[in-house]
Write a protein that binds this ligand. Sequence first.
Ligand SMILES: Nc1ncnc2c1ncn2[C@@H]1O[C@H](COP(=O)(O)OP(=O)(O)OP(=O)(O)O)[C@@H](O)[C@H]1O
Ligand SMILES: [Mg+2]
Length: 331
Amino acid sequence: MLLEVDNLSVRYTTRRGVLSAVDGLSLQLRRGETLGLVGESGCGKSSLGKAIVRLIEPAEGTVRLDGQDLGALTQRQRLPWRRRMQMVFQDPLSALDPRKTVRRSLTLPLEVHRVGTPAERRERVDALLHQVGLAATLAERMPHELSGGQRQRVNIARALSVNPDVLICDEPVSALDVSLQAQVLNLLSDLQRERGIACLFISHDLAAVGYLADRIAVMYLGQIVEILPREALWRHAAHPYTQLLIDSIPARGARLAAPSSAELPDPYAPPRGCRFQQRCPHAMPLCGEQPPELVPLGGAHAVACHLYGREARAQVSNVSNPAPIASVHDA
Ligand SMILES: Nc1ncnc2c1ncn2[C@@H]1O[C@H](COP(=O)(O)OP(=O)(O)OP(=O)(O)O)[C@@H](O)[C@H]1O
Ligand SMILES: [Mg+2]
Protein backbone atom coordinates (compact mmCIF):
# COMPACT_ATOMS: atom_id res chain seq x y z
CA MET A 1 0.00 0.00 0.00
CA LEU A 2 1.37 3.42 -0.93
CA LEU A 3 -0.21 5.52 1.83
CA GLU A 4 -1.62 4.12 5.06
CA VAL A 5 -3.25 6.40 7.59
CA ASP A 6 -3.97 4.56 10.78
CA ASN A 7 -6.05 5.76 13.71
CA LEU A 8 -5.11 9.40 13.11
CA SER A 9 -6.39 12.11 15.45
CA VAL A 10 -5.97 15.87 15.27
CA ARG A 11 -6.90 18.05 18.23
CA TYR A 12 -6.87 21.78 18.71
CA THR A 13 -6.64 23.30 22.15
CA THR A 14 -8.47 26.61 22.31
CA ARG A 15 -9.89 28.77 25.07
CA ARG A 16 -13.09 26.75 24.98
CA GLY A 17 -11.31 23.47 25.47
CA VAL A 18 -10.10 20.65 23.26
CA LEU A 19 -11.66 20.29 19.85
CA SER A 20 -11.24 16.93 18.22
CA ALA A 21 -11.10 17.73 14.48
CA VAL A 22 -10.05 14.26 13.31
CA ASP A 23 -10.86 11.31 15.51
CA GLY A 24 -9.14 7.95 15.08
CA LEU A 25 -9.42 8.01 11.31
CA SER A 26 -7.91 5.35 9.05
CA LEU A 27 -7.65 5.20 5.27
CA GLN A 28 -5.46 3.71 2.58
CA LEU A 29 -4.41 4.96 -0.82
CA ARG A 30 -3.03 2.77 -3.59
CA ARG A 31 -0.56 3.96 -6.20
CA GLY A 32 -2.31 5.95 -8.92
CA GLU A 33 -5.67 5.87 -7.16
CA THR A 34 -7.92 8.86 -6.49
CA LEU A 35 -9.72 8.81 -3.16
CA GLY A 36 -12.34 11.51 -2.79
CA LEU A 37 -12.94 12.85 0.71
CA VAL A 38 -16.25 14.58 1.07
CA GLY A 39 -18.08 16.16 4.00
CA GLU A 40 -19.53 19.42 5.21
CA SER A 41 -17.57 22.46 6.25
CA GLY A 42 -15.79 21.94 9.57
CA CYS A 43 -15.86 18.12 9.54
CA GLY A 44 -12.04 18.02 9.57
CA LYS A 45 -11.03 17.48 5.93
CA SER A 46 -8.26 20.09 5.85
CA SER A 47 -7.01 19.06 9.28
CA LEU A 48 -6.69 15.50 8.01
CA GLY A 49 -4.87 16.59 4.83
CA LYS A 50 -2.45 18.76 6.77
CA ALA A 51 -1.78 16.06 9.35
CA ILE A 52 -1.01 13.54 6.58
CA VAL A 53 1.67 15.81 5.10
CA ARG A 54 2.61 16.89 8.64
CA LEU A 55 1.90 20.57 8.30
CA ILE A 56 0.30 19.89 11.67
CA GLU A 57 1.38 17.20 14.13
CA PRO A 58 -1.29 14.59 14.73
CA ALA A 59 -2.21 13.95 18.37
CA GLU A 60 -2.34 10.21 17.71
CA GLY A 61 -1.97 7.67 14.97
CA THR A 62 0.46 6.92 12.19
CA VAL A 63 0.96 7.88 8.56
CA ARG A 64 2.97 5.39 6.53
CA LEU A 65 4.33 6.04 3.06
CA ASP A 66 5.56 2.87 1.37
CA GLY A 67 5.63 1.29 4.82
CA GLN A 68 7.74 4.04 6.43
CA ASP A 69 6.17 5.59 9.52
CA LEU A 70 6.71 9.33 8.95
CA GLY A 71 6.22 10.11 12.62
CA ALA A 72 9.25 8.01 13.50
CA LEU A 73 11.58 10.24 11.44
CA THR A 74 13.39 13.43 12.42
CA GLN A 75 12.60 16.60 10.43
CA ARG A 76 15.77 16.07 8.44
CA GLN A 77 15.08 12.42 7.71
CA ARG A 78 11.56 13.34 6.69
CA LEU A 79 12.59 15.68 3.86
CA PRO A 80 12.92 13.07 1.08
CA TRP A 81 9.61 11.55 2.16
CA ARG A 82 7.95 14.95 2.23
CA ARG A 83 8.94 15.42 -1.41
CA ARG A 84 6.83 12.42 -2.27
CA MET A 85 3.67 13.99 -0.80
CA GLN A 86 2.55 17.37 -2.05
CA MET A 87 -0.49 19.46 -1.30
CA VAL A 88 -2.58 21.85 -3.41
CA PHE A 89 -4.56 24.29 -1.30
CA GLN A 90 -7.94 25.89 -1.65
CA ASP A 91 -6.82 29.50 -1.88
CA PRO A 92 -4.41 29.85 -4.80
CA LEU A 93 -3.21 33.33 -3.83
CA SER A 94 -2.27 32.75 -0.22
CA ALA A 95 -0.52 29.52 -1.20
CA LEU A 96 2.00 31.54 -3.23
CA ASP A 97 4.65 33.86 -1.83
CA PRO A 98 3.54 37.36 -2.96
CA ARG A 99 7.17 38.53 -3.24
CA LYS A 100 8.36 35.79 -5.55
CA THR A 101 7.96 35.47 -9.29
CA VAL A 102 6.29 32.38 -10.66
CA ARG A 103 9.67 31.06 -11.76
CA ARG A 104 11.14 31.56 -8.30
CA SER A 105 8.18 29.82 -6.63
CA LEU A 106 8.51 26.89 -8.99
CA THR A 107 12.29 26.65 -8.71
CA LEU A 108 12.43 26.74 -4.92
CA PRO A 109 11.11 23.21 -4.24
CA LEU A 110 13.55 21.86 -6.83
CA GLU A 111 16.39 23.54 -4.93
CA VAL A 112 15.16 22.36 -1.54
CA HIS A 113 14.97 18.79 -2.78
CA ARG A 114 18.19 19.13 -4.81
CA VAL A 115 16.64 18.25 -8.14
CA GLY A 116 18.87 18.88 -11.21
CA THR A 117 21.41 21.58 -12.09
CA PRO A 118 20.34 25.25 -12.39
CA ALA A 119 20.01 24.84 -16.17
CA GLU A 120 17.97 21.67 -15.77
CA ARG A 121 15.73 23.38 -13.23
CA ARG A 122 15.09 26.20 -15.64
CA GLU A 123 14.13 23.75 -18.35
CA ARG A 124 11.95 21.84 -15.94
CA VAL A 125 10.05 24.96 -14.88
CA ASP A 126 9.42 25.85 -18.55
CA ALA A 127 8.16 22.32 -19.20
CA LEU A 128 5.92 22.42 -16.12
CA LEU A 129 4.35 25.72 -17.17
CA HIS A 130 3.63 24.21 -20.54
CA GLN A 131 2.09 21.11 -18.97
CA VAL A 132 -0.32 23.14 -16.89
CA GLY A 133 -1.28 25.23 -19.88
CA LEU A 134 0.53 28.46 -18.99
CA ALA A 135 2.57 30.61 -21.39
CA ALA A 136 6.31 30.69 -20.65
CA THR A 137 6.14 34.49 -20.43
CA LEU A 138 4.11 34.19 -17.20
CA ALA A 139 7.19 32.84 -15.43
CA GLU A 140 8.50 36.31 -14.68
CA ARG A 141 5.22 37.60 -13.22
CA MET A 142 4.30 38.08 -9.57
CA PRO A 143 1.28 36.17 -8.14
CA HIS A 144 -0.92 39.29 -7.98
CA GLU A 145 -0.42 39.76 -11.72
CA LEU A 146 -2.12 36.44 -12.43
CA SER A 147 -5.78 35.45 -12.61
CA GLY A 148 -7.18 32.97 -10.08
CA GLY A 149 -7.12 30.16 -12.60
CA GLN A 150 -3.53 30.93 -13.59
CA ARG A 151 -2.48 31.00 -9.95
CA GLN A 152 -3.99 27.62 -9.25
CA ARG A 153 -2.22 26.24 -12.33
CA VAL A 154 1.04 27.56 -10.85
CA ASN A 155 0.22 25.81 -7.56
CA ILE A 156 -0.46 22.58 -9.40
CA ALA A 157 2.82 22.95 -11.32
CA ARG A 158 4.64 23.54 -8.07
CA ALA A 159 3.14 20.47 -6.42
CA LEU A 160 4.01 18.33 -9.45
CA SER A 161 7.51 19.77 -9.90
CA VAL A 162 9.17 17.36 -7.48
CA ASN A 163 7.44 14.27 -8.92
CA PRO A 164 5.32 13.33 -5.93
CA ASP A 165 3.71 9.93 -5.48
CA VAL A 166 0.83 11.39 -3.50
CA LEU A 167 -1.02 14.62 -4.14
CA ILE A 168 -3.40 16.00 -1.54
CA CYS A 169 -5.77 18.43 -3.19
CA ASP A 170 -7.74 20.43 -0.63
CA GLU A 171 -10.71 21.97 -2.43
CA PRO A 172 -8.42 22.92 -5.32
CA VAL A 173 -11.08 24.66 -7.38
CA SER A 174 -13.58 26.06 -4.90
CA ALA A 175 -12.04 29.56 -5.05
CA LEU A 176 -12.29 29.62 -8.85
CA ASP A 177 -15.10 30.78 -11.12
CA VAL A 178 -17.47 27.97 -11.98
CA SER A 179 -16.46 28.30 -15.62
CA LEU A 180 -12.85 27.54 -14.70
CA GLN A 181 -13.49 24.74 -12.25
CA ALA A 182 -14.01 21.97 -14.80
CA GLN A 183 -10.92 23.04 -16.76
CA VAL A 184 -8.65 22.96 -13.74
CA LEU A 185 -10.18 19.69 -12.47
CA ASN A 186 -9.64 18.04 -15.83
CA LEU A 187 -6.07 19.31 -15.93
CA LEU A 188 -5.41 17.89 -12.48
CA SER A 189 -6.91 14.53 -13.27
CA ASP A 190 -5.10 14.26 -16.65
CA LEU A 191 -1.71 15.08 -15.13
CA GLN A 192 -2.33 12.77 -12.21
CA ARG A 193 -3.30 9.83 -14.40
CA GLU A 194 -0.46 10.42 -16.87
CA ARG A 195 2.04 10.32 -14.03
CA GLY A 196 0.38 7.62 -11.97
CA ILE A 197 0.11 9.86 -8.92
CA ALA A 198 -2.21 8.86 -6.10
CA CYS A 199 -4.56 11.63 -5.06
CA LEU A 200 -6.55 12.43 -1.96
CA PHE A 201 -9.12 14.80 -3.37
CA ILE A 202 -10.84 16.84 -0.67
CA SER A 203 -14.10 18.55 -1.49
CA HIS A 204 -17.53 19.38 -0.18
CA ASP A 205 -18.82 19.02 -3.73
CA LEU A 206 -20.13 15.47 -3.94
CA ALA A 207 -20.76 15.79 -7.66
CA ALA A 208 -17.11 16.67 -8.37
CA VAL A 209 -15.89 13.87 -6.14
CA GLY A 210 -18.29 11.39 -7.74
CA TYR A 211 -16.90 12.37 -11.11
CA LEU A 212 -13.20 12.27 -10.32
CA ALA A 213 -12.59 9.70 -7.63
CA ASP A 214 -12.16 5.93 -7.82
CA ARG A 215 -13.37 5.61 -4.23
CA ILE A 216 -15.18 8.04 -2.01
CA ALA A 217 -14.78 8.49 1.73
CA VAL A 218 -17.60 10.36 3.45
CA MET A 219 -16.53 12.22 6.57
CA TYR A 220 -18.72 13.43 9.41
CA LEU A 221 -17.41 15.27 12.46
CA GLY A 222 -13.87 13.92 12.34
CA GLN A 223 -14.66 10.36 11.30
CA ILE A 224 -15.24 8.38 8.13
CA VAL A 225 -18.83 7.17 8.11
CA GLU A 226 -18.76 5.44 4.74
CA ILE A 227 -16.23 4.52 2.11
CA LEU A 228 -17.36 3.18 -1.22
CA PRO A 229 -16.34 2.73 -4.85
CA ARG A 230 -17.50 5.40 -7.27
CA GLU A 231 -19.86 2.98 -9.04
CA ALA A 232 -21.72 2.44 -5.77
CA LEU A 233 -22.14 6.10 -4.82
CA TRP A 234 -25.40 7.05 -6.45
CA ARG A 235 -27.28 3.76 -6.18
CA HIS A 236 -25.78 1.94 -3.23
CA ALA A 237 -24.85 4.60 -0.70
CA ALA A 238 -25.68 3.01 2.64
CA HIS A 239 -25.11 5.59 5.38
CA PRO A 240 -28.04 7.91 6.13
CA TYR A 241 -25.59 10.84 5.99
CA THR A 242 -24.31 9.89 2.52
CA GLN A 243 -27.93 9.58 1.51
CA LEU A 244 -28.65 13.03 2.90
CA LEU A 245 -25.74 14.48 0.93
CA ILE A 246 -27.06 12.86 -2.24
CA ASP A 247 -30.61 13.98 -1.59
CA SER A 248 -29.52 17.57 -1.04
CA ILE A 249 -28.28 17.74 -4.63
CA PRO A 250 -31.55 18.39 -6.49
CA ALA A 251 -29.89 18.26 -9.88
CA ARG A 252 -26.64 16.37 -9.53
CA GLY A 253 -23.93 18.91 -10.12
CA ALA A 254 -25.23 21.42 -7.62
CA ARG A 255 -23.51 22.11 -4.32
CA LEU A 256 -24.48 20.50 -1.05
CA ALA A 257 -27.05 22.35 0.96
CA ALA A 258 -25.72 23.60 4.29
CA PRO A 259 -27.38 22.11 7.37
CA SER A 260 -29.02 24.38 9.92
CA SER A 261 -26.75 25.15 12.84
CA ALA A 262 -29.22 23.54 15.25
CA GLU A 263 -28.59 20.22 13.54
CA LEU A 264 -24.84 20.33 13.92
CA PRO A 265 -23.33 18.71 16.98
CA ASP A 266 -20.76 20.61 19.01
CA PRO A 267 -17.25 19.49 18.00
CA TYR A 268 -16.04 20.24 21.54
CA ALA A 269 -18.53 17.79 22.96
CA PRO A 270 -19.49 15.24 20.31
CA PRO A 271 -22.49 13.10 21.25
CA ARG A 272 -21.93 9.73 22.84
CA GLY A 273 -22.64 6.94 20.38
CA CYS A 274 -23.15 7.83 16.74
CA ARG A 275 -22.22 11.42 15.91
CA PHE A 276 -24.90 11.66 13.27
CA GLN A 277 -27.76 10.61 15.56
CA GLN A 278 -29.33 14.09 15.91
CA ARG A 279 -29.82 14.35 12.17
CA CYS A 280 -30.53 10.73 11.40
CA PRO A 281 -34.04 9.73 10.36
CA HIS A 282 -33.30 6.13 11.38
CA ALA A 283 -31.76 6.72 14.82
CA MET A 284 -32.37 3.87 17.28
CA PRO A 285 -31.68 3.66 21.03
CA LEU A 286 -28.39 1.89 20.30
CA CYS A 287 -27.19 4.94 18.30
CA GLY A 288 -27.24 7.06 21.45
CA GLU A 289 -25.14 4.56 23.35
CA GLN A 290 -22.46 3.06 21.16
CA PRO A 291 -20.34 4.54 18.38
CA PRO A 292 -20.78 2.38 15.27
CA GLU A 293 -17.66 0.78 13.78
CA LEU A 294 -16.80 0.77 10.12
CA VAL A 295 -17.99 -2.65 8.87
CA PRO A 296 -17.45 -4.11 5.39
CA LEU A 297 -20.49 -4.43 3.14
CA GLY A 298 -18.72 -6.32 0.39
CA GLY A 299 -16.05 -5.27 -2.10
CA ALA A 300 -14.44 -1.95 -1.25
CA HIS A 301 -17.59 -0.72 0.50
CA ALA A 302 -17.70 -0.14 4.25
CA VAL A 303 -20.07 1.78 6.48
CA ALA A 304 -20.14 2.90 10.12
CA CYS A 305 -23.84 2.72 10.97
CA HIS A 306 -25.75 0.55 13.42
CA LEU A 307 -28.35 -0.17 10.74
CA TYR A 308 -25.73 -2.43 9.19
CA GLY A 309 -24.21 -3.83 12.37
CA ARG A 310 -25.03 -7.14 14.01
CA GLU A 311 -26.29 -5.63 17.28
CA ALA A 312 -28.80 -3.50 15.44
CA ARG A 313 -30.58 -6.27 13.64
CA ALA A 314 -32.34 -7.22 16.85
CA GLN A 315 -33.35 -3.63 17.61
CA VAL A 316 -34.29 -2.69 14.10
CA SER A 317 -37.33 -4.94 14.02
CA ASN A 318 -38.92 -2.34 16.33
CA VAL A 319 -38.23 0.53 13.93
CA SER A 320 -41.23 1.43 11.83
CA ASN A 321 -39.37 2.46 8.71
CA PRO A 322 -35.98 0.79 8.65
CA ALA A 323 -33.35 1.48 6.02
CA PRO A 324 -32.22 -1.46 3.90
CA ILE A 325 -30.36 -3.82 6.17
CA ALA A 326 -29.14 -6.55 3.86
CA SER A 327 -25.95 -6.16 1.87
CA VAL A 328 -26.51 -3.25 -0.46
CA HIS A 329 -24.66 -5.13 -3.16
CA ASP A 330 -27.02 -8.08 -3.23
CA ALA A 331 -28.68 -6.77 -6.35
N1 LIG B 1 -6.13 26.15 14.06
C1 LIG B 1 -7.29 25.79 14.59
N2 LIG B 1 -7.58 26.01 15.89
C2 LIG B 1 -8.74 25.63 16.45
N3 LIG B 1 -9.70 24.99 15.77
C3 LIG B 1 -9.49 24.73 14.48
C4 LIG B 1 -8.28 25.12 13.82
N4 LIG B 1 -8.35 24.73 12.51
C5 LIG B 1 -9.55 24.12 12.39
N5 LIG B 1 -10.25 24.13 13.54
C6 LIG B 1 -11.57 23.52 13.79
O1 LIG B 1 -11.44 22.13 13.50
C7 LIG B 1 -12.60 21.66 12.83
C8 LIG B 1 -12.20 21.08 11.50
O2 LIG B 1 -11.70 22.13 10.67
P1 LIG B 1 -11.18 21.86 9.20
O3 LIG B 1 -10.64 23.14 8.67
O4 LIG B 1 -10.27 20.69 9.21
O5 LIG B 1 -12.55 21.47 8.47
P2 LIG B 1 -12.87 21.32 6.91
O6 LIG B 1 -13.65 20.06 6.77
O7 LIG B 1 -11.62 21.45 6.12
O8 LIG B 1 -13.85 22.55 6.63
P3 LIG B 1 -14.02 23.43 5.28
O9 LIG B 1 -14.86 22.58 4.35
O10 LIG B 1 -14.78 24.62 5.76
O11 LIG B 1 -12.69 23.75 4.73
C9 LIG B 1 -13.55 22.83 12.75
O12 LIG B 1 -14.45 22.73 13.81
C10 LIG B 1 -12.65 24.04 12.89
O13 LIG B 1 -13.34 25.11 13.45
MG1 LIG C 1 -11.00 22.82 4.66
